[in-house]
Design a protein around this ligand. Structure first.
Ligand code: ADP
Ligand code: MG
Length: 417
């Protein structure tokens, strides 16, 4: 019975990387980093070596091979070497009779892990088979070595050795790799969905934008035709040219703003002036509002509010909220969306108010959960992504809504002081 308790403890330690991954990356729109793998594996190795399974003082069994192999698979050779150094240092510190065997075994399993991890990462590699081979080897190699180096001990505790090693290593490796793989591929799927949601909302805005860019171009063409007439005065010529330049500048501004949103996200956090930023976002989305017959206004009580954020994410986020507000009003004759910007002690507060269809209490409860949408062509990902971004900026979002009356979303972000 004692074995079982120790075994279960080791199997619990093996879950460390998976558990920490689910906690740490749960609401992040990125996948794991090598540093994360290294740190979690180090914790895991430390715990399992501190509370190993053992029947004789000085001879200990833990999940070192499993965790080193896992570290190499996901964190590369660097992770493997760091874990090896941690293991050697700690094992020498613990000391005891088993040191010699431990060193022999680790030199074999470490080399084998390196080879298997290269095969595993190959596209054509049969990953299940490789994991299976690793699990079996990490059980058989130690047992055989112990027979050679600690014959007396091994025979005396044969049951323990034959039982504990395979279960601990084979089962451990299988549990950890399959759970971690599942979590990582779920995350990849989710990230791909978010990407396609982004592409879709941008495509909507782009369609109306193309429409809107035509107007200044038509105006410019008209003035250029007028300029072609030799009889107009110098003064008028100047004025026409000025108007043309203004129109072209504005078009250029809107297009470059649009392009900066369509650009893939960089993870740069910058100090951003929010009022100016919202004005330029409204510039981009105005054509979409016009197309839906909705008026769009900004009421700002402040002229400068600085926050830290990733500019692309911030734009994406506001586009999502404003686009939803416009869509909520699209069937009204007098659809109206107001964006209010104000300061509330240490926060920038932005309220997006529409007089559209509104939501029932039940709908409000489901808001922000993945795939919840009431629209025919909706994806239900816009708010999921936005809520996640707001959380990652330490901001907050609240909503008030009445069915048939309209909706009010209030976002707040901590100000840079
Ligand atoms: P989508 O716009 O693709 O439906 P979102 O995640 O952007 O996905 O929005 C989810 C749902 O939340 C919408 O389908 C809609 O029912 C509701 N919603 C969001 N914003 C508003 C709003 N301003 N007014 C009414 N309903 C809204
Ligand atoms: Mg939406």
């Amino acid at each position: 019975m004692l074995y079982v308790k120790e075994l279960l403890l080791q199997l619990l330690f093996v879950l460390t990387p998976f558990v920490l991954y689910t906690i740490y990356y749960r609401d992040k729109a990125v996948n794991y980093s090598k540093q994360f793998i290294i740190v979690t594996c180090m914790i895991c190795l430390f715990m399992s070596m501190t509370f190993p399974s053992s029947v004789q003082e000085g001879i200990i069994f833990d999940i070192r091979y499993v965790i080193m192999f896992f570290g190499m698979l996901y964190g590369g050779m660097t992770a493997g070497i760091i874990l090896l150094i941690e293991f050697l240092t700690y094992r020498l510190l613990i000391g005891g009779q088993g040191i010699l065997s431990a060193m022999i075994i680790i030199s074999i399993t470490f080399t084998l892990s390196a080879l298997l991890s290269i095969l595993y990462r190959r596209r054509s590699g049969n990953r299940k088979l490789i994991t299976f081979i690793a699990g079996i080897s990490f059980s058989v190699i130690p047992i055989c070595t112990m027979f050679a180096t600690e014959y007396q001990y091994t025979i005396q505790h044969l049951k323990f050795n034959i039982l504990v090693m395979p279960v601990q290593n084979s089962l451990g490796i299988w549990i950890l790799i399959s759970l971690f793989n599942k979590a990582v591929s779920d995350k990849e799927l989710y990230l791909r969905y978010l990407q396609s949601e982004k592409a879709e909302s941008i495509a909507h805005v782009a369609a109306s934008l193309a429409h809107e860019v035509r107007n200044p171009l038509t105006a410019v063409m008209g003035f250029l035709k007028l300029l072609n007439d030799d009889s107009i005065s110098r003064e008028k010529t100047h004025k026409y040219i000025e108007i043309c330049v203004e129109e072209i500048k504005r078009t250029e501004f809107i297009l470059s703003e649009y392009l900066s949103i369509a650009k893939p996200n960089s993870s740069m956090i910058e100090n951003i002036e929010l009022v100016q930023q919202i004005h330029s976002i409204v510039d981009i989305i105005t054509p979409y509002a016009n197309m839906n017959n909705v008026s769009l206004e900004i009421h700002n009580q402040e002229h400068e509010l600085y926050i830290s954020a990733n500019p692309n994410e911030l734009k994406q986020l506001f586009i999502n909220f404003i686009k939803n507000a416009i869509e909520a009003c699209s069937l009204l004759v007098t659809g109206n969306v107001i964006i209010r910007i104000e300061r509330q002690s240490k926060y920038a507060k932005i309220t997006i108010i529409d007089n559209g269809v509104g939501m029932s209490d039940e709908q409000m409860e489901r808001l922000g959960s993945i795939y919840f949408s009431t629209k025919n062509k909706g994806t239900g990902l816009g708010l999921t992504l936005s809520y996640q971004l707001i959380r990652s900026m330490n901001g907050d979002v609240t909503v008030r809504s009445k069915s048939g009356k309209g909706t009010e979303f209030t976002l707040s972000f901590p100000l840079d002081m």
